[in-house]
Design a protein around this ligand. Structure first.
Ligand code: RIB
Ligand code: CA
Length: 313
C-alpha cells in the first residue's frame, strides 16, 4: 500500500531531485500535494520551479500551492549563490510554466489535505519550516493526522553559520514550533547529507541513462556541483533533500537515533542551531529520530533505478 505524503519545499536543485524520486510512476509514495515556501529563492520563483519540475516529470496531476513568502519573524533570506538567480539554474526551463498553482494558500491545503486523508500522512519538509509551523499554529489538531514530519534540516554543524544549517536558520522560530508539536520528527541533517555527494563519477553514471528525466537531473547536478565547489570546495553537490524521500522509500538506508532535539532561536551568535542531545544529557523528551549514518552506495543504486523507470512517452 502506498505511503501518503505532502511535500513542502523550496526548489532548489535537491528539492527537485526529491520530487523526482518521490513522484516516479511506480513509487511506493503517493504525493497528495506539493506546497512551496520562501527559502532557496522567493516563493514565487520556488513555485515556478516546482511547476516546471512536475512538468518534466509528467506529473501535472500533482497540485502545487503557494505558501509563505517570508519567515514568521525575520525577513526572507535566499541562497542565490547556491541555487542561482532562478533558484534552479542549469537546466533550460520555460519562463512561464504550462502548469499553474492552485488558488488556495499552502497552509490551508496542508490542513485540509490532512483532514481529508483516510490514513495517516507523512509531512515532508525540505525547506524552511514556516508553512508547517503556521499550519500547526492555525490548526493544532492536525497532529492527529500525521504519522511523522520528515525534514531535511539541521545537523551537528552548520552551512549558513558555523552552527546553523540553512533551512533551520531561515526560520528558527518555525522550527522550534515544529519540534515542540509532539509528532515524531525524522531529521536528515548535514551529518548524513554531506556524505551523499553527486560527484563527476555519479553524474557520469546518470549520463548513461537514455531518457529526459536523467538528462534533466544531470543538468541539475552539474550546476549544483559547480556552486558547491566554489563555496565549499566540495567535489559534488550534496543531494540533501533527496535523503528524506530515500528514507521513506527504504528506511534501512539510514541509521536513526531516537533523541531530544531543541532549536536555538534567541542568540545572535547561534540562532538556528539544532541542539541534538545524542548523549541524553538533558534527559529531554525524545521528540526526534536523527540520521547518524547512511549507506551511500545503495542510495546511488536506488536513484539510478528510479531514473531508469521514467519513460519519455
Ligand atoms: O542546507 C540545505 C538545505 O537548504 C536544502 O534543503 C537546500 O535545498 C536548501 O533549502
Ligand atoms: Ca530545500
Amino acid at each position: 500500500m502506498s505511503k501518503k505524503i505532502i511535500m513542502d519545499c523550496d526548489p532548489g536543485h535537491d528539492d527537485a531531485i526529491a520530487l523526482i524520486l518521490a513522484g516516479a510512476k511506480n513509487s511506493s509514495l503517493d504525493i497528495l500535494a506539493v506546497t512551496t515556501v520562501a527559502g532557496n529563492q522567493s516563493v514565487e520563483k520556488n513555485t515556478k520551479n516546482a511547476l516546471n519540475v512536475l512538468e518534466v516529470m509528467g506529473r501535472g496531476d500533482i497540485s502545487v500551492s503557494v505558501g509563505a513568502s517570508r519567515p514568521l519573524i525575520k525577513p526572507a533570506s535566499f541562497a542565490s549563490q547556491i541555487h542561482g538567480k532562478s533558484g534552479l539554474d542549469g537546466p533550460k526551463l520555460p519562463e512561464v510554466p504550462s502548469l499553474k498553482p492552485t488558488q488556495s494558500y499552502a497552509v490551508d491545503v496542508i490542513i485540509e489535505t490532512l483532514k481529508q486523508s483516510e490514513e495517516p500522512v507523512t509531512l515532508v519538509a525540505t525547506g524552511p519550516l514556516t508553512n508547517i509551523a503556521t499550519a500547526l499554529i492555525k490548526e493544532p489538531s492536525i497532529t492527529q493526522y500525521l504519522d511523522s514530519i520528515t525534514i531535511m534540516g539541521g545537523g551537528t554543524f552548520g552551512n549558513w553559520t558555523p552552527t546553523a544549517e540553512f533551512n533551520i536558520w531561515v526560520d528558527a522560530e518555525a522550527a522550534k514550533r515544529v519540534f515542540d508539536c509532539g509528532v515524531p520528527i525524522n531529521v536528515f541533517g548535514l551529518d548524513v547529507t554531506h556524505q551523499v555527494l553527486a560527484t563527476d563519477a555519479i553524474i557520469n553514471r546518470f549520463k548513461t541513462i537514455d531518457n529526459q528525466i536523467a538528462k534533466f537531473v544531470v543538468e541539475l547536478l552539474e550546476f549544483f556541483k559547480s556552486t558547491y565547489k566554489t563555496h565549499f570546495n566540495m567535489d559534488g553537490g550534496p543531494i540533501h533533500d533527496a535523503c528524506t524521500i530515500l528514507y521513506l522509500l527504504e528506511p534501512s538506508l539510514f541509521t536513526m537515533q531516537h533523541t531530544h532535539i531543541d532549536i536555538e532561536h534567541h542568540s545572535a551568535l547561534t540562532y538556528g542551531t539544532m541542539a541534538i542531545d545524542l548523549n541524553d544529557i538533558t534527559n529531554g523528551e525524545k521528540n526526534a529520530y536523527f540520521a547518524t549514518a547512511v549507506d551511500v552506495e545503495r542510495i546511488w543504486v536506488i536513484m539510478e533505478d528510479i531514473l531508469k523507470s521514467y519513460s519519455d512517452d
